[in-house]
Design a protein around this ligand. Structure first.
Ligand SMILES: NC(=O)c1ccc[n+]([C@@H]2O[C@H](COP(=O)([O-])OP(=O)(O)OC[C@H]3O[C@@H](n4cnc5c(N)ncnc54)[C@H](OP(=O)(O)O)[C@@H]3O)[C@@H](O)[C@H]2O)c1
Length: 241
């Protein structure tokens, strides 16, 4: 069994991970959380209280805690998978310099989101005219989503021909790497992203969606398997697929 310390294990993503790891070869030896919770696992509310050792520190806590957690895990000789957002580029560089075991930062655990980005990069070589539409519930603060921004940047890197000039203006979306990105925030809608490519008398649309946090579990399992095979810092689920 591979031993896991889970940070943020009682958040929305953390609870899905607890459920997803239950019948696997990964054993949660304890959970680091902001508050105490009733649990079958030991629960710690500060790093000083952690009594167990583990092979992997899996962090889905908060932007405010992720960097110091990672430094603690490095000091305690663990590989690290980071799903929580919020690390700055300087912090990533610092972790890269300090790493002795693998550190895997995964901004998006969704396999369908990662595959959509790969397919979109392939299509961008042939279809330079492209727009992105992403939908989330109104509680999502950032817009456009980090995944939409990343998708636009990857597409822009792969385009061989330039896109046709189109009009600007508020209704034309926010330009990310010169690609219009449209963000919808509506109750009752699931997390979804579509990439629309237009060619001469033909259209190609790629769509991915996640309907609950359980969608992230297969990507978490691949990340845990992947981090044990690297001994430096890597970013993105695709780096271990
Ligand atoms: N990579 C991905 O695919 C992906 C997907 C979804 C979300 N995320 C990211 O993952 C993080 C968690 O998302 P979420 O939706 O699960 O958020 P959430 O529901 O707000 O959960 C955050 C959890 O962090 C815990 N926490 C607070 N202080 C802590 C500390 N000092 N040490 C350890 N844990 C602490 C909280 O514990 P208490 O409940 O005890 O207060 C809470 O349960 C966010 O950064 C989010 O952006 C990543």
């Amino acid at each position: 069994m591979t031993k896991i310390i889970l940070a943020g294990g009682f958040g929305k993503l953390g609870l899905a991970i607890q459920e997803g790891l239950a019948a696997t070869n990964y054993e949660i030896v304890g959970i680091l959380s902001g508050h105490n919770h009733e649990s079958q696992y030991p629960v710690w509310t500060t790093r000083d209280q952690i009594t167990e050792t583990a092979d992997i520190f899996l962090d889905v806590s908060t932007p405010a805690t992720v960097f110091e957690n990672a430094q603690w895990a490095i000091k305690h000789d663990m590989a690290i998978v980071i799903g929580a957002t919020g690390l700055t580029e300087a912090q990533v560089t610092q972790l890269r310099d300090q790493s002795e075991h693998g550190i895997l930062i995964v901004p998006n655990f969704s396999l369908s989101a990662v595959l959509l980005m790969q397919f979109a990069q392939q299509a961008a070589k042939y279809f330079p005219d492209v727009e992105i539409v992403e939908t989330h519930n109104p509680k999502k603060i950032d817009a456009p989503s980090g995944t939409a921004v990343q998708t636009a940047k990857l597409i822009a890197n792969e385009r061989i021909n330039s896109a046709q000039k189109t009009s600007y203006g508020e209704a034309r979306g926010q330009r990310v790497s010169d690609i219009p990105v449209h963000a919808l925030r509506l109750p009752g809608y699931i997390a979804q992203q579509s990439v629309y490519f237009g060619g001469i008398d033909e259209q190609l649309t790629l769509t991915q969606s996640t309907t609950s946090r359980l969608a992230f579990v297969p990507g978490v399992l691949r990340s845990l398997a992947g981090v044990e095979k690297i001994n430096d810092l890597k970013i993105g689920l695709d780096s271990v697929l």
